[in-house]
Design a protein around this ligand. Sequence first.
Ligand SMILES: [Zn+2]
Length: 183
Amino acid sequence: MKLQQGWLTDIRQVPSPHFNQRPSDESPSLLVIHNISLPPGEFGGPWIDRLFTGTLPPDAHPYFADIAHLQVAAHCLIRRDGEIVQYVSFDDRAWHAGVSCYQGRENCNDFSIGIELEGTDELPYTDAQYQALAAVTQLLLQHYPITPSRITGHSDIAPTRKSDPGPAFDWPHYQQLLAQTSF
Ligand SMILES: [Zn+2]
């Protein structure tokens, strides 16, 4: 796996329209970890791709009616089996964080990369997910002005609105993998 024009190679690319240019072509300096599952608590299925590409059918599940209109996408998704899907070039501004603030600076989408883990706040993430997340993170650390101390959770930058990646996300384990692995 490599990076070319902000896209990971050798993974599944599903281009989303839910992005625009970063202001002044700013280089991303923050990594935001999220979780998502659609419907909530269910894994597999095409619905995350459909939401992030603006094609979620509102009537396919009762939960979808409320979210189908949202124009959202993360840069990447890591599925339960470790599969990596990319929706937006890391060089572009994906619409993942919403109203947010990191160390006094608002609008984190301007200067961050968003990675979703397929999961819930309470259920442990899989080893395959940690391995894939560490591999992607290593590439990002090499290519962008992100440092290990500038990796945060969605709940940290939008604490009144968001709880992901939740208590299930094992930050020490992730940091240990980052310290050990090099790709
Ligand atoms: Zn989130």
